[in-house]
Design a protein around this ligand. Sequence first.
Ligand SMILES: [Zn+2]
Ligand SMILES: [Zn+2]
Length: 140
Amino acid sequence: MDDIADYFPLMIIVLVLGTSFWVFIDANKIGVKAGQLSGLKGMGPAGWLFSCLLLWIIAFPYYLAVREQLKFAQPRCLECGGVVNEGARKCVHCGSIVERMFDVCCPACGEKGQLRESRMSDEIECPACKRVFPAAAAKV
Ligand SMILES: [Zn+2]
Ligand SMILES: [Zn+2]
């Protein structure tokens, strides 16, 4: 006797395996690396895969919830948006020079912003108070 209910356990196994491997592939694609975030979010792709296989009901929704954070924790190419390795000087996707971004803070009014590495030797104008000062002076 074939009953549709007999297939439910199989369907669940297929669903868990399928989505767990999707997490693994997706985590690799968006460049998730172990230790990039603190706590559970700091798992690498293999860690996510095993968490999903063992505790799918918790790990899978959790992955979806923190996916954007994982994505933005990676250094990215300013030109094409591709993930680049920490400390890489050239984008592997489009070949443009990867510049580090520095946090800057206006010495006059305290306005915070970010500046490309190549502009750190320039004079910059604060977008808030319009004062002009050497970018190096604003580095935090
Ligand atoms: Zn690029
Ligand atoms: Zn200012």
